[in-house]
Design a binder for this molecule. Structure first.
Ligand SMILES: Nc1ncnc2c1ncn2[C@@H]1O[C@H](COP(=O)(O)OP(=O)(O)OP(=O)(O)O)[C@@H](O)[C@H]1O
Ligand SMILES: [Mg+2]
Length: 463
């Protein structure tokens, strides 16, 4: 699990200038900001302690990329606090510490007030790193650095003596996430049959100008996302525009994040776009004929753009079912018209966490894209399988292609472990056997074995 502490600085100094209520409001704004960043990246806030937020990534649900999510949340907080400071005209800042490792996670408290807390060395370390970080700095532990080494820009801080730890520990100062570092990871292995199947669907979609839906199912960490990344490279070379949405297990609460991010992406927006850019893109979509004018009210809802007075009246008069119908039709129209201009690859990831509304959108899209050049690819873990639900919801006879993603072959797993052979020798081989073809599990075992080069392989790792 990866633990983050983000501590606000400057608020104590302000207690002279401000009254208690103002300080409280200031803290509230900081907590709103930090909590939202954590939630948006799939973490959960463990608690607020004084001026500090403690958050964790990887429990109760592991995503497979929790260090990345955590680091992204930290950078997001680091970016937004100075903006908040400017808005409020107050000299506040934030310093952040991140560490990862095995922790004890347990439910405490009574039946009426259940608290989920974690304890362990990494919690202590993250907290101490926060203390050591200057305002505006993010310090990460060596384990976090190792997990993301090729994908982040950072500088070494050197060894720090940490209270409660016997030996000094290495820490790193984080600067940025390298967005285009796909190549920094282990090379892609295997999945030939699945890629051929996906590529055949792509070619067919291009040639017949009719889409279809592909559903990729497999256990956590088996390589669904990685397979899709590989496929996207191919699709881009074939002049498909790619758009993806990720269903977060917890997050902005609306449960429709995946569809909303698909819509934003179809309009050329990113998660970083400002409110003005979003407004302008919505306007342009109507002017360019990507959407009929009467869709505006639903588009505003999908983009979280405030309604005009006139549309507000219309919107308020509708019941929820009507709004949802309107939004589904709007998304479908957007996809149909956009794909008419350039073929599209639409990806909805992690459907096992989707709420009913997202599933309804997915089913509706699956039906509509049979008439336009757009390929819809969805992924899901096995535990809650939306496949049958989707199939029932789409029109009869409408096939959804299912790809069951199984274990990597031993030869392929060996190739993934090859980079570790020099340092780990025969232990790398034992990791391969133990991981039984799950690449995420294999990566974690190898990394762990390297950390404890003396040789112990842990009995289990939460995947
Ligand atoms: N074919 C592959 N070649 C090389 N590395 C792979 C391959 N498949 C997966 N990996 C690596 O294994 C890890 C887990 O893969 P990925 O995130 O794609 O799993 P997932 O099935 O999407 O898991 P989740 O259900 O948690 O989303 C990643 O670090 C990924 O780079
Ligand atoms: Mg995935």
């Amino acid at each position: 699990m990866t633990v983050l502490f983000a501590d606000l600085t400057g608020s104590t100094e302000l207690t002279d200038e401000l009254d208690a209520e103002e300080v409280h409001a200031l803290l509230g704004s900081f907590f709103d900001l930090a909590d939202a960043s954590v939630a948006d990246h799939g973490g959960i806030v463990d608690k607020h302690i004084g001026d500090c937020v403690m958050a964790m990534f990887g429990a109760p649900v592991a995503h497979g990329n929790d260090p990345e999510r955590c680091v992204r949340a930290a950078l997001d907080i680091g970016r937004r606090v100075p903006i908040l400071a400017a808005e409020l005209g107050r000299s506040i800042g934030v310093h952040i510490g991140i560490a990862s490792g095995e922790v004890m996670a347990s439910g405490t408290g009574s039946a009426r007030h259940l608290e989920y807390t974690v304890t362990g060395e990494s919690v202590n370390l993250a907290s101490r790193l926060t203390d050591k970080a200057a305002t505006g700095e993010i310090l990460i532990s060596d384990s976090v650095h190792r997990a993301l080494a090729e994908r982040i820009d950072c500088s070494e801080v050197g060894e720090l003596a940490i209270k409660g730890l016997a030996k000094p520990v290495k820490a790193w100062r984080l600067r940025a996430f390298r967005e285009s570092a796909r190549s920094g990871r282990q090379g892609f292995v295997g999945r030939h049959r699945e890629l051929r199947q996906l590529e055949a669907a792509l070619a067919q979609c291009r040639d017949t100008r009719r889409g279809r839906t592909i559903y990729i199912r497999g256990e956590a960490g088996i390589g669904k996302t990685r397979l899709l990344e590989q496929f996207q490279l191919k699709a881009e070379r074939e002049n498909f525009a790619c758009h993806s949405g990720l269903v977060l297990d917890f997050g902005m609460g609306s449960g429709q994040d995946a569809i909303r991010s698909l819509v934003r992406s179809l309009l050329g927006l990113t998660g970083e776009s400002s409110q003005e850019e979003i407004d302008a893109a919505a306007q342009k979509a109507l002017e360019d004929g990507l959407l009929a004018d009467e869709r505006r009210v639903y588009l505003n809802d999908l983009l979280n753009v405030p309604q005009s007075t006139e549309l507000r009246t219309l919107y308020d008069a509708m019941d929820n079912a009507a709004r949802n119908r309107g939004k589904r039709a709007t998304v479908a129209e957007l996809v149909t018209r956009a794909s008419g201009r350039r073929p599209r690859l639409l990806v909805i990831e992690d459907l096992h966490w989707a709420d009913q509304m997202t599933l309804d959108h997915a089913a509706n899209l699956a039906e509509k894209i049979t008439g336009c050049p757009a390929l819809l690819v969805m992924t899901s873990r096995i535990e809650r399988d939306a496949f049958h639900e989707l199939r029932r919801a789409t029109i009869a006879g409408q096939a959804i292609v299912m790809i069951e993603l199984g274990s990597l072959r031993p030869r392929e797993a060996n190739r993934l472990a090859a980079a570790y052979l020099d340092t780990l020798g025969e232990i790398a081989q034992r990791c391969v056997e133990r991981a039984a073809g799950n690449p995420l599990f294999l990566e974690q075992l190898l990394r762990h074995a390297q950390e404890h080069a003396e040789g112990g392989i842990p009995g289990s790792i939460g995947v």
